[in-house]
Design a protein around this ligand. Sequence first.
Ligand SMILES: [Zn+2]
Length: 148
Amino acid sequence: MIPTGRPCSFPDAISKTTDVNHQVSKALIDRGGENTLFVVEDLSNVRKATERVRKKDRYVSVSWSFYQLRSMIEYKAALNLSKVIAVDPAYTSQACPMCGHTEKGNRNKKTHTFCCNSCRYTSNDDRIGAMNLQAKGIEYLAEMAVSA
Ligand SMILES: [Zn+2]
């Protein structure tokens, strides 16, 4: 006999986040295909960035969902002959991917823009972050090739 009564379930917000994380990780793995290197920011120190947020519980859900997404990507990547590396997120949105000039003032958080104070390269700040992560992934692969 199957026991009756309320089934065990996560609170709504948690199960919704979990669903989204499943979809996002699956889409990333499907899109990358086999033998793909995924570069993610190591957000174990995300607390520092969100500490000043008024709602005290917010930091918990934010860091928890990032951690879950990363775990899902790692799990699915391993099944698909791919790999995930986590890199230090420091300066990923402050460093210019063109000339390397790094300063806080390169990025305007309010307008989500990046304008290098040295070479004037301009783009969306998230795109800059992605370009810098890609560069770190290429560096990683180059190091692997040297040590292999
Ligand atoms: Zn520059």
